[in-house]
Ligand binder design. Structure first.
Ligand SMILES: *Cc1c(COP(=O)(O)O)cnc(C)c1O
Length: 508
């Protein structure tokens, strides 16, 4: 048959769309992307993906390559994470799915052991990844988030005090995403084991880099009481998105991860993960990358990350008005205002990030958070360092310093000022939201009044040029005012507004 459009034209349009994306290579985006800096590795991954493109990962008995690749990836992961023959696992589609499945496994094992009990509890520090909030929500667990210290450090005694019969899973991180804190895993896991509670170590971000860094306290299967570890291949495993490993200690425990049914007239369904039919692409790419790099390759890339991280921490440490938060472990850290200097010498981390962006580097703004116990976590800016960072270190260091000089003394955006600048109507709606949930139209017009309704998105059908570059959906240049609102507005309202924003982005 004739195609409606020439493949070359279709791909040219896609290239146009891609050109509007944040750059995925070259070290200018310090979150989301994990660039090994090795072009050959990307090519290898692409070739592997292409080779398995038609395969259905649903059935490794029909497509036996899937089983072999998965077994070999798990074997490597188990060795690196010091698991013995009792540790088994699965390759999942990413960190969120690994975390979801760790919780699902724990819930079902807990239910089997407590047939007459009520709602199980998920116990974690406030800094545990949001994926665990999602897991509690999806799988019906009560979420018990334990406040952390002001520097983002997990409070082990507080965690242990809250361990009880109803706790199905305790979660700790290696390290946490927001502040790169390595949680007190030995202590928490031992206490959990004593009480017969499962303990998951979320090493989604650290799992493929901490094993090759010096002076990291034990956090993996060497630690007694650790029943599971998640480690994302699509982060410091350098694989394309769609791959993570979930390892669990104990075959019998792990089998609760599976869903199986023969109670329908179709094929017997046996799924270790959330999806049915699935791509084998990210698995094949991960498998190929692991073979290419081996332990030595990962060690070399980790060493590069460590050098760059040390250099950048020194740069930030030398900038008057900023400071590194807590005691970060691994190639990531958060930066906050140094409140030990006078107000006119302080640097607000959100103004700083917005200003760094004008110098060509994208950092990630993180909102401050008031914990239920009154301990406030500061507004911060997050940097994740990858091997490619080393190539741009001088340029990046200069940008970090210059941006700080340019915004030093500028006070943090006050949410009250942002709100005062809004039309009275929008202000009323924001401050006195109806008891009833916001409808889509109201949410959308509120977004418009805060300047967050991207032109183009959500417009009546036909108003947007179907061949436009798609750049209409880009975020505003300055995110500090937006983060101030996230910190100030009630979370349910912000969550509803952001849902509307993301939903409108893809409405035809
Ligand atoms: C990235 C991350 C996750 C979630 O992973 P996704 O791959 O984004 O779904 C979970 N935990 C930690 C610590 C992470 O850094």
């Amino acid at each position: 048959m004739m195609f409606q459009q020439e493949p070359a034209d279709i791909l040219a349009r896609l290239q146009g769309l891609r050109d509007a994306d944040a750059p995925t290579h070259g070290g200018h985006v310090l979150s989301y992307v994990y660039d090994s800096g090795l072009a050959g590795l990307d090519e290898l991954a692409a070739a592997a993906i292409r080779m398995v493109q038609p395969v259905n990962g649903l059935d490794p008995t029909t497509f036996t390559s899937v089983a072999t690749m998965e077994r070999e990836v798990l074997d490597f992961a188990r060795r690196v994470l010091h698991g013995d023959g009792d540790v088994v696992g699965t390759v999942t589609s990413g960190g969120t799915e690994s975390c979801l499945l760790a919780v699902k496994t724990a819930r079902d094992n807990w239910r089997a052991a407590h047939p007459d009990a009520g709602v199980p509890r998920l116990l974690a520090p406030v800094t545990a990844h949001a994926a665990f909030q999602k897991a509690a929500h999806y799988f019906g667990l009560a979420l018990d988030l334990v406040p952390v210290g002001a520097e983002g450090i997990c409070d082990a005694p507080a965690m242990i005090e809250r361990m009880g019969e109803d706790v199905a899973l305790v979660v700790v991180s290696a390290p946490s995403y927001p502040y790169a804190a390595l949680d007190p895993i030995v202590v928490v896991a031992a206490a959990a084991a004593e009480r017969g509670i499962a303990c998951h170590v979320d090493a989604c971000i650290g799992g493929w880099v901490l094993p090759w860094l010096d002076d990291v306290a034990p956090w993996d299967f060497r630690v007694t009481g650790v029943t599971g570890v998640s480690a994302d291949l699509h982060k410091f495993g350098y694989a394309p998105k769609g791959a993570s490993v979930l390892l669990q200690r104990g075959r019998d425990r792990q089998r609760a991860q599976y869903f199986a049914t023969t109670r329908w007239p179709g094929y017997p369904v046996v799924n270790p993960t959330m999806l049915g039919s699935k791509s084998a692409g990210a698995l094949a790419a991960s498998w190929a990358i692991i073979r290419a790099l081996g332990e030595d390759g990962y060690a070399e890339l980790a060493a590069s990350c460590a050098r760059s991280t040390a250099a950048l921490r020194a740069v930030v440490g030398g900038i008057e008005g900023l400071r590194v938060v807590g005691n970060p472990v691994g190639p990531l850290f958060a930066v906050a205002t140094d409140e030990s200097v006078s107000a006119e010498r302080r640097v607000d981390p959100h103004h700083w990030a917005d200003q760094v962006r004008t110098h060509g580097f994208l950092l990630q703004l993180q909102p401050g958070l008031l914990q239920p116990n009154g301990v406030r976590l500061p507004s911060t800016t997050h940097l994740t360092i990858t091997p490619v960072t080393e190539a741009v270190l001088p340029e990046l260091s200069a940008a970090l310093r210059a941006a700080a000089d340019e915004v030093r003394g500028v006070p943090a955006v006050s949410a009250a000022d942002v709100l005062a600048a809004l039309p009275a109507e929008a202000l009323g709606a924001l401050q006195h939201p109806d008891a009833a949930p916001l409808d889509s139209q109201t949410a959308w017009s509120l977004l418009g009044s805060i300047g967050l309704a991207p032109t183009g998105a959500g417009a009546p059908s036909g108003a947007v040029d179907a061949e436009s570059a798609g750049s209409a959906a880009a975020l505003p240049d300055r995110l500090a005012p937006f983060l101030a609102l996230v910190e100030a507005l009630p979370a349910p309202l912000t969550e509803r507004l952001l849902t509307e924003l993301l939903a409108r982005l893809i409405e035809p």
